[in-house]
Write a protein that binds this ligand. Structure first.
Ligand SMILES: C[S@@+](CC[C@H](N)C(=O)[O-])C[C@H]1O[C@@H](n2cnc3c(N)ncnc32)[C@H](O)[C@@H]1O
Length: 406
């Protein structure tokens, strides 16, 4: 395994970003293992579904605990909400929040966990769903889905897809979320033949893989697999505050530069992680989920930000920060997690690009950098198969810039 030690060498010996913190000087820096590097230590509800470039729930947990001492003492927000980590962890700790993301897939991943029915209710609901009627995909879908699924498995998926997209029952939505998380992967718990779990690979790549491994899709009973997974994810009771808080959440689908429905000075804490230069293609990587949720047409109309150079990224983030300043309460904070990315063969610390824009005048005040936290992990989870080499191309430390509205 090739190690990338570029992470925090730059800062490890320093307590301050001296004279290098944009127009502000002497910015405190805290470096260390700020939260555990162990995997899957928080409530299993977080891990119901994987999502590219999601952060660990420990990250929002750390900042919510650090900056919002009292329960219900203000709303939290994630303008790039992804699978919903910030708001879900806020709800676990007794805070309500606004989950925003331009992608309708993200809206589903987060909002389908707003209300979690009892396991008995979920099991009864699932039992009652008629998934064994014989359904056939349209030609285009048959072509792209048949490398992944046996035709009877696909028929069950099609039936569930139809039920899900006609229903707003929380039990059906939660079942739908669990099914979405089981679509493809590399164990028997998934509906597909052996495939990559985190991203939907292209049908032709799947065909190649089937041929190389000498495998083809076998029948998988989807109800059995959904139940098994729901039992695992709901094995631990949710904290009492969860539903009291989640009931007051909002789910919005704005561009993060213009959070129209979020009122001025209404948010106490933002914890977020924007897209990092052009690391992830959220549309291509999620094509099968988009199909399952029937949002492919909707996705075509929106423009997720894929910014391939530092100048465009900085301009975009400047607008995002101005908008953050508008919606933050006086004294409120925004924590922006960025990674170090490799650009033009060099490591680029994105928080430095943000600091160069500060302080920023925004509606109702001024946004200033307050502190930088660098969580340097002792180990990084790698996905080294399928040509995804996270240790080389991706990020391996969490660098979090804290801004405060004055
Ligand atoms: C790094 S991911 C966030 C992951 C999230 N922290 C989590 O734990 O799941 C960035 C997200 O930004 C969303 N996105 C991209 N461009 C956007 C924009 N202009 N406005 C709002 N969301 C956007 C993507 O859909 C993606 O879900």
């Amino acid at each position: 395994m090739k190690k990338n030690n570029l992470a925090s060498d730059l800062y490890i010996a320093k307590d301050f970003y001296t004279g290098n913190a944009g127009k502000q000087e002497n910015l405190p820096v805290e470096v260390g293992e700020l939260w555990t590097s162990r995997q899957r230590q928080m409530h299993p509800l977080h891990y119901t579904v994987s999502y590219r470039a999601s952060f660990k729930p420990e990250l929002p947990d750390f900042f919510i605990r650090t900056y919002l001492a009292k329960k219900n003492a203000g709303m939290i927000l994630d303008p790039f909400g992804g699978r919903g980590t910030t708001v879900i962890q806020g709800n676990m700790l007794g805070f309500s929040g606004v989950h925003n993301d331009l992608s309708p897939i993200s809206a589903f991943l987060a909002s389908s966990r707003r209300k979690i029915p009892e396991l008995d209710t979920l099991e009864q609901t699932l039992k009652g769903l008629k998934l064994n009627l014989s359904s056939k995909p349209v030609k285009k879908d048959a072509e792209r889905l048949s490398p992944f699924f046996h035709k009877e498995t696909l028929s069950e998926i099609l039936n569930l897809r139809k039920i899900l997209n006609d229903s707003d029952d929380p039990a059906v939505r939660y079942i739908g979320l669990t099914a979405l998380s089981r679509l493809h992967g590399h164990s028997d718990g998934f509906f597909s033949v052996y495939s990559f779990p985190q991203i939907s690979i292209m049908p032709v790549a799947q065909m190649r893989n089937n041929k190389k491994r000498g495998i083809r899709p076998e029948y998988k009973n989807i109800k059995e697999r959904i139940i098994r997974k729901m039992k695992r994810d709901l094995s631990r009771p949710l904290p009492e505050e969860y539903h009291v808080s989640s009931e007051k959440n909002y789910y919005t689908g704005h561009d993060a530069r213009d959070l129209q429905s979020v009122e001025d000075e209404s948010i106490a804490l933002i914890v977020t992680s924007p897209p990092f230069l052009d690391k992830v293609n959220y549309v291509l990587d999620n094509w099968m989920r988009a199909w399952f949720l029937d949002v492919e047409e909707e996705l075509k109309k929106i423009r997720l930000s894929i910014l391939s150079n530092p100048e465009d990224w900085t301009d975009f983030m400047k607008d995002v920060m101005v908008e953050m300043g508008r919606i933050l309460e006086p004294g409120g904070r925004a924590v922006i997690e960025v990674g170090e990315v490799v650009y033009g063969g060099k490591v680029m610390n994105l928080e430095q690009l943000l600091m160069d824009q500060l302080p920023l005048k925004t509606k109702g005040g001024i946004l200033r950098a307050e502190k930088v936290f660098i969580n340097s992990q002792k180990f990084t989870k790698l996905a080294n198969c399928w040509d995804v080499k996270n240790n080389v191309k991706g990020t391996n430390s969490n660098r979090c810039l804290v801004l405060r509205k004055h």
